[in-house]
Ligand binder design. Structure first.
Ligand SMILES: CC(C)(COP(=O)(O)OP(=O)(O)OC[C@H]1O[C@@H](n2cnc3c(N)ncnc32)[C@H](O)[C@@H]1OP(=O)(O)O)[C@@H](O)C(=O)NCCC(=O)NCCS
Length: 160
């Protein structure tokens, strides 16, 4: 098992056709312009997990270059969930943000996901920034955020 940076091509393969194409293009553009990183877990030549670190987004509550980074699209393939892979991937990406000099990281979680909420709280995402009804990384063809189910934006300090 290896946790490493993934390439835009690998992201395209992992996403396939299952997500809105505009959102996929937004992520690919951010990766290519260095405004985001794609971190992945490779096991037996297969990518089984993904987590994206955005450095720059229009809404400064989510990300501010050099100061606050936004974590999103956190997934482990269903048959590998609950075995600690997600925790390891998250720890690696938090380390990366700290190494880059970031002071804090944000993450979104729906109130309907108590398991995820517990995991994030355990990992130090203790401050709630606001309730959101759009995610700056979930966009339409014009790259404008589309409305979504309400979710909490949580914050973790990297300074301790
Ligand atoms: C959230 C997710 C990335 C965590 O990865 P993981 O490898 O399952 O996580 P770990 O095994 O390291 O840790 C499991 C912790 O996450 C929680 N968890 C969340 N979803 C889980 C799932 N489907 N299966 C098992 N545990 C899950 C567990 O409760 C556990 O916390 P606990 O130790 O307090 O009980 C993964 O479960 C997943 O892809 N879920 C579906 C997509 C999703 O909800 N993504 C996040 C929002 S975009």
């Amino acid at each position: 098992m290896e946790i490493r940076l993934g390439t835009p091509q690998e992201m395209e393969q992992v996403w396939g056709e299952q997500f809105p194409q505009s959102t996929k293009r937004f992520f690919l553009q951010a990766l290519r312009q260095g405004q985001a990183e794609f971190w992945t877990i490779e096991e037996d030549s297969r990518l089984i997990g993904e987590l994206y670190l955005f450095f720059s987004l229009e809404d400064p509550d989510f990300a501010v270059p050099g100061d606050r980074a936004y974590l999103c699209a956190f997934r482990v393939i269903p048959e590998k969930q609950g075995r600690g892979y997600g925790t390891q991937l998250m720890r690696r990406v938090l380390k990366r943000a700290r190494e880059l000099g970031y002071r804090e990281v944000s993450i979104g979680v729906e109130e309907t996901s108590p398991q995820n909420l517990r995991m994030y709280r355990r990992m130090g995402f203790t401050r709630q920034v606001k309730i959101c009804t759009q995610d700056p990384c979930d966009v339409n063809e014009q790259f404008h955020p589309v409305p979504c189910e309400p979710f909490m934006l949580l914050l973790k300090s990297l300074e301790t």
